[in-house]
Design a protein around this ligand. Structure first.
Ligand code: ATP
Ligand code: MG
Length: 770
């Protein structure tokens, strides 16, 4: 082995050093979060290169996300003065694409094959189903496309699929026809990239031999999240017993893609099939302070299926893990911002502050609070809320309601969802409009035939919707539009549709929050409006008010659309600067930050309700929480909220079960543990003082800016438990519970026939009956 004085190796502990300098043989590094797996992998690449054991072209390193691949290249460039450009470092899909580009002929592809994204894939499947004259109700294009992807990820072509029933047999026929169509059109979908390059190697012995000869070393990060086909692909490039170095790095406790076919079992298969002699365990954590690690260890110990390992640190306990309870998601966001500002003033770069959440839909409230506070932020692993495709589609419809002559919006949605208006018709329409100098909306008559009729129908839809939504509240307008446009129906059948529908519901929430904020009318933010406003009651949101920007008298819809485009565009400029990092826990894998906030720790949200039905699901959620906790270096905040406006309705939450599983000694409740129960609850300000602790490493706290935290004047509602009340929708009832204080006071009322309802007293009109 080379001398340890080697500058590369100086920053490694003995176990890491041993791993980095292993001979070219199969090796498995099985180690917990923050133990230096990625550092070891990267240093090994540098060491192999520096000691001349391999040339830059002779190794292949694969990781999970583009971000991780970039990170790896950055770390490598820091270690060695070397151009990483031409090296085979990337994601599975990226490397497969590269392989197919290089060998398109053998792969049976046209030289300039195109890659279909997820939605292109569905449209392609849909065309096949149409051409086969099959019933789209029975063969929903989205579902058929998942079926095809799942087959491919199992490495199966149509002839390999075992179809035991007529329906599956039909699916397989569609799969075959879809393959023909793709082949004819020279396109490949994501799963095809992987499968096609696997087959390329399998069926071209000479080519495979060439690459086996070439890649003396293969290195895989996040091995626990590989699926069956990816593992088979690796085996094709470096078969067991072939004498190549296969260096796999992983952590079974961080396997979080089981729901997408990842197989932790690949780790034990690898160990067995490759007769792995060396399994390196790293147990020293270099990332986090003791309390954070204790929390992580305590939590993950609850899982039953583990390969078993622990983490320790010499960094000392550090600060306790802070736990915070809020009354609402808005309050959570406000608190978080105050706290993040304090950290920032204390000398922490904003980019060292990460805000993690379980579901994408949670980001909107956070984004909007950050935006309003003028704090630069960046959303990872997803688009900013108003830039997401589904939200943009919805906004385009809304813009057309406001102005049918908005051609950009017209083009965006005229055939979305599909209405049989092809690209050629759209071109014809655009030409006609251009020639006459009129809007697309006005030029529809220029297109003849079926497409012309479809265009006319689209125009009619818009005009009719315009009529129907006159005088409705913004919320009602959006809901009506989502239905009538077919957007909701479309996403209901989409594989990623749940997320998209959630985002569309979030749009309704955003509109509502906007209306309240801008004073367009006192609307309920905390409760579903449907419950509070009897049908037919006058739509209060429809009042006209001056636009905050221009002073122009506009409808709430127009004002909201302005707001949306501002929020989408403007803040982007700040993203390059030092920005707070927002992302889902899934996309935080492998990363680290000085301070981490894990938000929305509520039952049903995290752990997610979809996972609660089986033990495996819950264990995966726990691993996800373990990933989240272990992102933090110095400070960790866990936060939950009593209420949350999500998926279009207010949820009254119970805190996550994870709190019961975390070691008490590592935690510090910075709100009273009992929460805001009864009228004598702490105000947020008291809670702040209660929990404030000037943390080691950060400046002592200054007084928080008071205005946002102190509740406004408390309206007296004069209610007590047991009091009889009258509600103009639900009739007579009896107050069962009172919670919260000030603006956030809520009452649970038993309305007999209507059942028990939670009502926000600042909104619901409850009259006491004597
Ligand atoms: P994860 O499981 O989250 O991907 P990991 O095992 O890949 O974590 P790394 O990201 O490689 O861990 O390392 C965690 C942190 O510890 C990094 O900041 C890394 O630079 C640092 N680190 C690793 N090993 C050492 C060491 N021997 N001395 C000092 N710091 C180290
Ligand atoms: Mg890592």
């Amino acid at each position: 082995a080379p001398p340890v004085s080697n500058a590369l190796l100086r920053h490694l502990n003995p176990e890491q050093l041993a791993a980095v300098t292993l001979p070219a043989q199969p090796a498995l590094i099985l180690a917990g979060a923050g133990s230096g797996k990625t550092r070891v992998l990267t240093t090994r690449i540098a060491w192999l290169l520096q000691t001349g054991q391999v040339s830059p072209g002779g190794l292949l390193a694969v990781t999970f996300t583009n971000k991780a691949a970039k990170e790896m290249m950055a770390r490598l460039t820091a270690l060695l003065p070397l151009s990483v450009r031409g090296m085979w470092i990337g994601t599975f899909h990226g490397l497969c694409n590269r392989l197919l580009r290089a060998h398109w002929k053998q792969a049976g592809l046209p030289q300039s094959f195109q890659i279909l994204d997820a939605s292109d894939t569905v449209s392609a499947v849909k065309r096949v189903i149409k051409a086969m004259k099959l019933d789209e109700e029975r063969f929903v294009p989205k579902q058929v496309s998942w079926f095809i992807a799942a087959c491919k990820e199992e490495g199966k072509r149509p002839r390999d699929v075992e179809a035991l029933d007529p329906h599956t047999r039909q699916l397989v026929t569609i799969y075959a026809a879809y393959e023909d169509q793709c082949q004819r059109e020279g396109v490949v979908d994501f799963a095809e990239l992987m499968l096609r390059s696997y087959e390329l190697l399998r069926d071209n012995e000479a080519l495979a031999a060439h690459y086996r000869q070439r890649f003396r070393h293969l290195l895989v990060d996040e091995f626990q999240d590989t699926n069956r086909l990816q593992y088979a692909w690796l085996k094709m490039l470096a078969p067991p017993g072939g004498g190549q170095g296969v260096f796999a790095v992983g952590d079974d406790d961080q396997s979080i893609y089981g729901f997408r076919g990842a197989r932790v079992g690949n780790m034990s298969d690898f160990e067995r099939e490759y007769r792995v002699q060396t399994i390196v365990k790293l147990e020293h954590n270099y990332r986090s302070y003791g309390n954070i690690l204790d929390a992580a260890n305590g939590l993950i110990a609850r899982n039953s299926r583990r390969l078993g390992k622990n983490l320790r640190t010499e960094a000392g306990p550090g600060e306790p893990v802070r736990v915070h309870e809020s009354v609402s998601d808005h309050a959570e966001a406000q608190w978080l911002i105050e706290e993040a500002q304090l950290l920032h003033r204390g000398g922490l770069a904003r980019s060292e502050i990460a805000v993690l959440y379980r579901s994408n839909a949670q980001s909107r409230v956070l984004e909007s609070a950050l935006f309003n506070a003028g704090i630069p932020y960046r959303v990872y692993g997803g688009l900013r809320f108003f830039e997401r495709a589904e939200v943009k589609h919805a906004l385009a419809y809304l813009r057309l309601l406001e102005n049918p002559h908005d051609d950009t919006s017209f083009l965006r949605v005229v055939n979305f969802p599909a209405r049989g208006i092809g690209a050629r018709s759209v071109e014809q329409l655009t030409d006609a409009a251009r020639a006459s100098g009129r809007s697309l909306h006005q030029s529809v008559g220029a297109v003849t035939g079926r497409a012309g009729a479809n265009l006319a129908a689209f125009n009619h839809l818009i005009l009719q919707l315009r009529e129907q939504t006159k005088g409705l509240t913004l919320r009602e307008i959006i809901k009506r539009m989502l239905d009538a446009s077919g957007l909701l129906d479309f996403y209901r059948t989409d594989k990623d549709g749940q997320d998209r529908i959630e985002n569309l519901e979030e749009l309704v929430n955003a509109a509502e929050a906007f209306v309240t904020q801008e004073g367009f009318g006192k609307e309920a933010v905390a409760l579903p409006v449907d419950e509070l406003r009897p049908e037919g009651e006058e739509a209060i949101g429809a009042d006209l008010l001056p636009d905050a920007e221009t002073g122009e008298i506009v409808s709430p819809l127009a004002a909201f659309l302005n707001h949306a485009s501002l929020e989408a565009g403007d803040n982007q400029a700040q993203a390059g600067s030092d920005a707070v990092q927002l992302m889902t826990v899934h996309s935080a894998k492998g990363l680290e930050f000085d301070a981490v906030f894990i938000t929305g720790l509520e039952e049903g949200l995290f752990p997610h309700e979809n996972s609660l039905s089986d033990a495996d699901g819950l264990e995966e959620e726990r691993r996800l929480m373990y990933v989240a906790i272990t992102r933090a270096r110095k400070r960790l905040y866990l936060s939950f909220s009593q209420t949350r406006l999500l998926h279009g309705q207010t949820r009254y939450n119970v805190k996550s079960r994870f709190f019961d599983e975390l070691p008490d000694a590592a935690l510090k409740w910075i709100t009273p543990r009992t929460g805001f129960q009864g009228a004598t609850s702490f105000t947020p300000r008291q809670a702040w003082q209660h929990g404030s602790s000037a943390g080691a490493g950060f400046q002592a706290r200054k007084e928080p800016a008071p205005s946002k935290l102190i509740p406004k004047a408390v309206p007296s509602h004069g209610l007590t438990v047991g009091k009889a009340v009258f509600h103009n929708r639900f009739g007579e009832g009896v107050v069962v519970t009172l919670e919260g204080s000030g603006e956030d006071t809520r009452a649970e009322v038993n309305f007999g026939r209507h059942g028990r309802k939670w009502l926000a007293l600042s909104v619901a009109k409850l009259t006491p009956i004597d």
